[in-house]
Design a protein around this ligand. Structure first.
Ligand SMILES: Cc1cc2nc3c(=O)[nH]c(=O)nc-3n(C[C@H](O)[C@H](O)[C@H](O)COP(=O)(O)OP(=O)(O)OC[C@H]3O[C@@H](n4cnc5c(N)ncnc54)[C@H](O)[C@@H]3O)c2cc1C
Length: 398
C-alpha cells in the first residue's frame, strides 16, 4: 500500500489549485456560505449563475469536468485518482464543480447507454452545456422508490408522461430531467421502470418552488401533464431502469465535498486559536481542543474512504457498499462538524448571516440547519445502513 501521490499527481494537484485561485469568480467566494454536505445553501449562488456557468465552461475546456471519461466522448482518459485530486481541491475552495449530468447521468450513460445516446449526450455534458436534475422522488415514493407512480405510455416514437416528482433539487435551473417512470404497470414493480431524459422545455411541465430550511429556493415540485419525450431518450433498455438507477445512485453517493471538511476544520481551528473568551484564547480550553481533535480524526477517516473509492474505480471495481459507507460517514461528519462549530463559536454561532458580529460569514449557523439535508438526500442514513447490512454483511432485508 502506497499512500503517496506520484510526481505527476502532485503536479496536477498544483495545476488545479493554481487554476481555481485564478479563475474562481471573486463574487462567488464573497457570497459562498456553503457548508460541506449541505444542499440548502447552494441555492445562494443562483444570482451569479452566469459567472458560475463561465467557470464551469472553463473547466470543460480544460477537460476536467469529465477527465476520467474516454477521449472519444469528451473525456481526457485520466485516472479516477486524478479526478479525486481535482474534486478534493475544488471542494476545499468551495468551487462550483461538476453537477448532476457530469457526476451521475454521464457515467450511467457511459455504462448502459447505446452508442447513439453516448454520441448525442456525452460531449455536451463534458463541455458543461448540459445540466440534469434528478426526477426520482414522488409524494408517495422516497426510500421506497420502487412504489413510484409516474406513468409513461408509448405513442409512436414518443413516451407520454403523467405524474408528479418532488424534492427536485435544481429543477428550475437545469435543462433536462434525469427521470424514472413506470412503463409497465403489469410487471413486478422493479421490472416495469425505465430511466429517461426529458427536456424541461417540453409542453406540460410545471415547476413550483419549495423553500428549504435555509429559506432558499433549492427544491421544487414538478408536475408532468401529457409530456412527450422521444423513446430514443430511454437509457439502455426499456423496463430495465431500476437496475440502472441502482448504479446511478452509487455514483450519487460517491459525491462528497471532502476538501470542504478539511477547510472548515482549519477555519474553526484558526478561530479557536485567535479568539479570546474570558481573557484567554479558546484553544486553551481542553474541551475545545478535544472536540477539534476528534473532528481531525474523523476527517482523516473520511479521506481514506474517499481515496479508496477512487482506487477501486481505477481497477474497474464499482464501489457499492463503499459508496454507502462514504455517504453515511461524511454526511454524519457534516452534522458533527456543525455541532462542534456551534460549540467553538458559542453564542456567536447562532447569529444570523446578516449580523455584523457574525463569525465565518455565518456559515456555521446556516450549516447547523443545512447539515440535515445530506442525511436524507440520495437515500437516508437508515437506508445506507440497510444496504451495508444487506450487501456488506449478508443480512436479510426484512
Ligand atoms: C436536501 C435534499 C435534496 C433532495 N434532492 C432530491 C432530488 O434532487 N431528486 C429527487 O428525486 N429526490 C430528492 N430528494 C428526496 C430524497 O431522495 C428523499 O427525501 C429520500 O429518499 C427519503 O424519502 P422520503 O422523504 O419520502 O422519506 P421516507 O422514505 O418516508 O422516510 C421517512 C423516514 O423513515 C425511514 N425509513 C424509510 N424506510 C426505511 C427502511 N426500509 N428502513 C429503515 N428506515 C426507513 C427513513 O430513513 C426516514 O427517516 C432530496 C431530499 C433532500 C433532503
Amino acid at each position: 500500500m502506497d499512500f503517496r501521490f506520484s510526481e505527476q499527481e502532485k503536479a496536477f494537484q498544483k495545476e488545479v489549485e493554481d487554476f481555481i485561485k485564478q479563475e474562481l469568480p471573486p463574487r462567488y467566494t464573497e457570497k459562498s456560505v456553503y457548508w460541506p454536505g449541505g444542499y440548502g445553501t447552494i441555492a445562494e449562488f443562483e444570482e451569479i449563475i452566469p459567472e458560475i456557468d463561465h467557470f464551469r465552461h472553463r473547466l470543460g475546456e480544460k477537460g476536467w469536468l469529465t477527465m476520467s471519461w474516454p477521449r472519444e466522448y469528451g473525456g481526457a482518459s485520466r485516472t479516477h485518482i486524478e479526478r479525486a485530486i481535482f474534486g478534493e481541491r475544488m471542494s476545499y475552495y468551495r468551487a462550483p464543480g461538476p453537477e448532476v449530468a457530469v457526476l451521475i447521468g454521464g457515467p450511467t450513460i457511459l455504462r448502459f447507454g447505446s452508442e447513439e445516446m453516448k454520441r448525442e449526450w456525452l460531449p455536451g455534458i463534458a463541455r458543461g452545456d448540459t445540466k440534469f436534475w434528478l426526477a426520482y422522488s414522488e409524494p408517495n415514493a422516497g426510500s421506497d422508490l420502487v412504489s413510484l407512480q409516474t406513468r409513461a405510455t408509448e405513442d409512436g416514437d414518443d413516451l407520454i408522461i403523467n405524474g408528479q416528482k418532488i424534492w427536485s433539487s435544481g429543477a428550475h435551473i437545469a435543462g433536462y430531467a434525469w427521470m424514472v417512470v413506470r412503463t409497465d404497470p403489469s410487471a413486478p414493480p422493479h421490472k416495469g421502470i425505465s430511466l429517461i431524459i426529458v427536456d424541461n422545455k417540453s409542453p406540460g411541465i410545471t415547476i413550483r418552488p419549495l423553500m428549504n430550511i435555509c429559506n432558499r429556493h433549492s427544491f421544487n415540485e414538478v408536475f408532468f401533464d401529457n409530456v412527450r419525450a422521444p423513446k430514443k431518450n430511454i437509457v439502455g433498455e426499456k423496463n430495465k431502469g431500476w437496475y440502472y438507477l441502482m448504479v446511478a445512485l452509487d455514483f450519487e453517493r460517491l459525491i462528497t465535498p471532502i476538501g470542504g471538511f478539511k477547510r472548515t476544520l482549519e477555519e474553526l481551528t484558526q478561530y479557536a486559536r485567535h479568539t479570546k473568551h474570558n481573557g484567554q484564547a479558546l484553544c486553551q480550553n481542553a474541551l475545545i481542543r478535544n472536540k477539534l481533535a476528534e473532528m481531525a480524526i474523523q476527517t482523516e477517516v473520511a479521506y481514506m474512504f474517499f481515496w479508496q473509492t477512487a482506487w477501486m474505480l481505477d481497477r474497474g471495481l464499482m464501489p457499492n457498499i463503499e459508496a454507502s459507507l462514504l455517504k453515511l460517514f461524511t454526511t454524519q461528519l457534516s452534522q458533527k462538524l456543525a455541532e462542534v462549530g456551534m460549540q467553538v463559536l458559542g453564542h456567536y454561532g447562532q447569529l444570523d448571516e446578516t449580523s455584523k458580529f457574525v463569525p465565518l460569514r455565518g456559515r456555521v449557523c446556516l450549516g447547523y440547519l443545512d447539515c440535515i439535508s445530506a442525511l436524507v438526500g440520495a437515500g437516508t442514513s437508515e437506508i445506507q445502513r440497510n444496504i451495508i447490512a444487506m450487501r456488506g454483511l449478508g443480512l436479510p432485508l426484512t
